[in-house]
Design a protein around this ligand. Structure first.
Ligand SMILES: Cc1cc2nc3c(=O)[nH]c(=O)nc-3n(C[C@H](O)[C@H](O)[C@H](O)COP(=O)(O)OP(=O)(O)OC[C@H]3O[C@@H](n4cnc5c(N)ncnc54)[C@H](O)[C@@H]3O)c2cc1C
Ligand code: FES
Length: 274
């Protein structure tokens, strides 16, 4: 999978803001997944689909958590000035996030990162998300349906409860296909056949993918068949999230050339057609 930096931004990205956002809600929603709502007006009003925030899950400077955790912006309400984060509990930082209660402050930096870029006039889109990766696609579904496009969201998980974002995508008006490993419906060959059945007659003009290399490969195969642009949001371990530490580079491109930084050049990249 070859990732290409996106073209220059238009309009330019809003500057990130750093402040203690107030927790408005933090509850378990399914399996090991929690949803946190935050009063964060600047992020709510300026975030674009595919961007993320950094949350520092410490209650006080004495806490041992130093590094913030990157989280996709799952939903926003610009008029209320709120954002929602959906997170999976995987390690110390995300366990700490579960200890935040209504009224607590949590240091939040954002919005950050390169958003998805959909060409004006795009009428049909296919979004392909796996597990928590679907959180990077929900704002895209909402924005594109709102401007009148048809959106098909294929959401995959290990089992039915691990399919993320189906309810939210459905509420935007997107057509949602839920698949999972437990019943075999998420197998790439089955998905390939199903998507051809559904979309080959009138293919999408844009494909976005997040959360799985296998599904990104499927997106690439379909993109090649249909001559469709594919953009993929990738994850990387992050320390600063701001372009300083270079911990999030996707690898090396040569002896002395570093691959692009996921936090600033990404997390959204174009997928090159081999
Ligand atoms: C752009 C972006 C958006 C993301 N959006 C979401 C989301 O919406 N919901 C969600 O649940 N998770 C999301 N993640 C993954 C999330 O950041 C990690 O699961 C989280 O940082 C793990 O922290 P931890 O302390 O619980 O785990 P630990 O494994 O204890 O983390 C140790 C360190 O590794 C880093 N790390 C571990 N796993 C990852 C990972 N997969 N990606 C990046 N850094 C990692 C942490 O930042 C931390 O510094 C996103 C990651 C990126 C890069
Ligand atoms: S996380 Fe520090 S440069 Fe990207």
């Amino acid at each position: 999978m070859t990732l290409l930096p996106m073209p220059p931004e238009d309009p330019p990205r809003a500057s990130p803001d750093c402040h203690p956002a107030t927790v408005l809600g933090n509850r378990i929603v399914a399996d090991r997944y929690w949803r946190m709502s935050l009063a964060a007006p600047h992020v709510a009003q300026t975030a674009r689909p595919g961007q993320f925030v950094l949350l520092t899950p410490s209650h006080s400077p004495e806490d041992s958590v130093v590094l913030p955790r990157p989280m996709a912006i799952y939903d926003t309400d610009a008029s209320a000035g709120t954002i929602d984060i959906l997170y999976g509990v995987v390690g110390f930082g995300t366990r700490q996030l579960t200890t935040f209660h209504i009224g607590d402050g949590i240091t939040t930096v954002g919005p950050l990162g390169r958003p998805f870029e959909v060409a004006a006039g795009t009428r049909r889109l296919l979004l392909i998300g796996r597990g928590i990766g679907a959180c990077s696609l929900t704002l895209l579904a909402r924005a594109q349906v709102a401007r009148g496009a048809e959106v098909v969201a294929l959401l995959s998980g290990r089992h039915a409860d691990a399919v993320i974002g189906a309810e939210l995508c459905r509420s935007t008006g997107a057509q949602v296909l839920e698949v999972n490993d437990a019943d075999g419906s998420s197998a790439p060959t089955a998905l390939h056949a199903r998507l051809l059945d559904l979309l080959d007659g009138e293919p999408p003009q844009f494909i976005a993918s997040c959360g799985s290399d296998r599904l990104a490969n499927l997106a690439q195969t379909l993109g090649r068949r249909w001559g469709t642009a594919v953009q993929v949001s990738v994850e990387a371990h992050m320390a600063c999230g701001l372009g300083y530490c270079h911990g999030c580079s996707t690898g090396r491109q040569g002896d002395s050339v570093e691959s692009p930084l996921v936090c600033t050049v990404g997390p959204v990249f174009e997928l090159a057609s081999p």
